[in-house]
Every structure is written in structure tokens, then in C-alpha cells.
Design a protein around this ligand. Structure first.
Ligand SMILES: Cc1ncc(COP(=O)(O)O)c(C=O)c1O
Length: 382
């Protein structure tokens, strides 16, 4: 078969999240987005971009990214886990998606064969390794979205890649210190050659309970993936990074990523600097206040409708189980509700491997009206 014949017979689908968002009626409200879209962007970010535009901002940087940004990331990671880092431990990437892609590809080149991901997961955790021909296995979660450690223990081989995501998209679960410690204890025994990729992109967005902790605090063989897309409300800047205690591994990650991206966009790295340095923390606290208020509104709505959910305390999603009302797979409900006039977009759980659920984004300034519409849609559907 020729390339063109294969092309005609092959479907290269967009992610399921995009599919539902694209079906939105112009009069619809979106609770489907994975970004803080209409949130105020801290002006320090723009100032840094503007001030550095003609100060090297349009030149290439080193393959691993701007040394100044990498130093700031090293310092941030030190504050999170207590270990010493410098710029040679850090690789700047084009968003966390690129960071995860390169981590998996690099570990595959170093011999990894399998990737273990949470049974409820952000879609690329499955898609990226599957594209590389790696075996992907899901480790089960408990009903409260914590990791079922016993089941995980039975799955692990010493050289696996294990992906963690706390705070989680889509569940909003933030692991406690005790949960992180128990997991690290298990991995010390079982994951003697492999690595954890810890996706901590929502780390700054914890709006309740104990503060976020980086998994690398407890487990040395961790590659931390983080970025500014969520914490800065600047998903379009496309700045992320990887940090590892192993400088040799950082070099390998840099080399592999250079093949894909050459360098991350320079002026965008300058723009990310104030976020990484903590200069926009007051703005992030404002975001967290909005997210918590919206979380509370959605929870009272769900209680009123008798829809089961776990209370999230980080990221900006809630992941209730809607199957008892709209049927085992929520996708048709979501597509119908998104596409009708005065509808609302919520994402079907199938996009995250859990078809009975829907993901509701808390990142909106129209929550009251959105919930009115959701109530009407559920009542009409059932
Ligand atoms: C858990 C998680 N990881 C990674 C990403 C991708 O982030 P970025 O925009 O930095 O590529 C997202 C975006 O939605 C996400 O939810």
C-alpha cells in the first residue's frame, strides 16, 4: 500500500477533549477547557517578555534553555524538595507535553520497555508511549482516586517508567505526604532501575488543605515535569521543563529534545521567568481563590442532584460519576449538551479512561449560569 493509500485509510484523530470542545454551539459556555483562559495574566510576565524582546529575546538559546531560567527552576525545585540543583539538572521544553514526550523517548532509548500510568489519566500518558511502541499498563486507583499500592506492587518491573500526576487532571486529587511516602517506600524496593516521571504542572494550584509536595523529595529516581501553562494562565507561551538529580540523564534529555525542538522559544522563556521566581505568587493566590469558590459551587450543585464525586483540592477540575443518570458512557450526553443552543461543554470521562465520569473545569467566571444549564441538560437527558 502506498503512503497516500494508507493516509486515505488511516484516522489520525484529534484528542477527545478537542473533539467535544469543537462541537460547542456559539451560545454555549465552556467548562471543558484545560486552561485558565479568561484569568488575568500578571503584568510582570508581559513586562519581562517586552523588556527582553530586544535583549537577546529573538536569538537562539542553549539547547537546554536559557541559563538564567534554568537556574531559577533549579532554585524552585530546591525549595520544593530540599535537594541541591543547578542549571545542569534542568532542561527547558516547549510545555510539559514536550517534556513528557522527551522523557519517555529518552528512557526508551536507554532500555525501558513499559510505562505504567494511572487508570484515570491525562490522555497523552497513553498516546505518547503507545506511539513509540512501548507497552502501556494502567495501575488501578482506589475509589477516592488514591493509588492502589497493592495492585501497583504486583505490576512493577524494576526498569519500568511510572507516571505520576498530582495534583491530577482530571480528578483534582492531591497526594498527601503520607501517600507520597508510602509510594516512595514501595518504589525504593521495586523500581530499582526505572524512573518516575512526576507531572507536577498543577503544583501551584492547590486551594485547600496541606501544601503541594514534589515527589522528588521522597524518591531520587524522579524526573519532575513542570511548566507555566497553568500557574501563569499562559498556556500559549509553551514553556515547561524537566528536572532530575541525575546530571547525566539531564544531558541525555537535552540531546534528545534538541533533535525535536532545537531550542525552546527564547522570548517566551524570559516571559516565564517571573512565574518561576515566585514574583507572580499573589496572582496565583487569586486564581486559587476563584477555583475554590467555583469548586464549592459545583459541589453543592452535585450534592443537590445526588451525583457522586470526590472533593478535589487542587488543579482545576472535578470528576463526578454521571453514569447512573446519563448511562454507562457519558460521551453522547457530553456531545449533545455541548452542541445545543445555550448548552454547556463538559468533557466525557472516556478521554481519561473512565467513561462513567465527566470532567468539569472550575476555570470560569460563568459558573452559576453554567450550572443552571448543566442541570437543565441532565434533567432533559435522563
Ligand atoms: C496533567 C497535564 N500534563 C501536561 C499538560 C500539558 O501541558 P503544557 O501545556 O505545558 O504542554 C496538561 C495540559 O492540559 C495536563 O493537564
Amino acid at each position: 500500500m502506498s503512503i497516500d493509500e494508507r493516509l486515505a485509510n488511516t484516522n489520525f484523530p484529534l484528542p477527545a477533549i478537542r473533539e467535544v470542545n469543537l462541537s460547542k454551539h456559539p451560545s454555549g459556555i465552556s467548562l471543558g477547557l484545560g486552561e485558565l483562559k479568561n484569568f488575568r495574566v500578571d503584568k510582570k510576565i508581559f513586562e519581562s517578555l517586552q523588556n527582553n524582546w530586544s535583549n537577546g529575546g529573538t536569538s537562539y538559546t542553549q539547547n537546554a534553555g536559557l541559563p538564567g531560567l534554568r537556574k531559577a527552576i533549579a532554585q524552585k525545585q530546591h525549595e520544593q524538595d530540599g535537594f541541591d540543583y543547578d542549571e545542569t539538572n534542568v532542561v527547558v521544553t516547549i510545555g510539559v507535553q514536550n517534556a513528557i514526550y522527551t522523557s519517555i523517548r529518552t528512557l526508551q532509548k536507554l532500555g525501558a520497555k513499559r510505562v505504567l500510568i494511572p487508570s484515570i489519566h491525562f490522555g497523552i500518558y497513553k498516546k505518547i508511549p503507545a506511539d513509540f511502541g512501548l507497552e502501556v499498563l494502567c495501575y488501578p486507583l482506589n475509589d477516592d482516586f488514591s493509588i492502589n499500592l497493592q495492585a501497583l506492587e504486583e505490576l512493577i518491573l524494576p526498569d519500568d517508567i511510572i507516571i505520576l500526576n498530582s495534583p491530577s487532571n482530571p480528578t483534582g486529587k492531591v497526594f498527601t505526604s503520607d501517600e507520597l511516602k508510602s509510594l516512595a517506600k514501595l518504589l525504593e524496593q521495586k523500581l530499582t532501575e526505572g524512573y518516575v516521571i512526576s507531572d507536577e504542572i498543577y503544583g501551584a494550584l492547590v486551594y485547600e488543605g496541606t501544601a503541594f509536595e514534589s515527589f522528588s523529595k521522597y524518591f531520587e529516581r524522579t524526573i519532575t515535569a513542570d511548566g507555566v501553562s497553568k500557574s501563569g494562565a499562559v498556556a500559549g507561551l509553551r514553556v515547561g521543563w524537566l528536572v532530575t538529580r541525575n546530571q547525566q540523564l539531564a544531558k541525555a534529555l537535552t540531546s534528545n529534545n534538541a533533535t525535536i525542538i532545537s531550542t525552546p522559544p527564547t522570548v517566551n522563556q524570559f516571559a516565564a521567568l517571573p512565574i518561576v521566581k515566585g514574583e507572580t505568587n499573589a496572582t496565583i493566590q487569586d486564581y486559587n481563590q476563584v477555583l475554590k469558590n467555583n469548586r464549592d459551587k459545583v459541589e453543592s450543585f452535585l450534592k443537590g442532584m445526588d451525583i457522586p464525586f470526590n472533593s478535589p483540592r487542587g488543579s482545576f477540575y472535578i470528576f463526578p460519576k454521571l453514569s447512573s443518570i446519563v448511562g454507562e458512557d457519558t460521551k453522547d450526553f457530553c456531545l449533545e449538551t455541548a452542541s445545543k443552543e445555550n448548552g454547556v461543554v463538559v468533557i466525557p470521562g472516556i478521554a481519561f479512561g473512565a467513561k462513567e465520569h465527566i470532567r468539569i473545569s472550575l476555570a470560569t467566571d460563568e459558573m452559576d449560569e453554567a450550572l443552571n444549564r448543566l442541570e437543565e441538560a441532565i434533567n432533559q437527558y435522563s
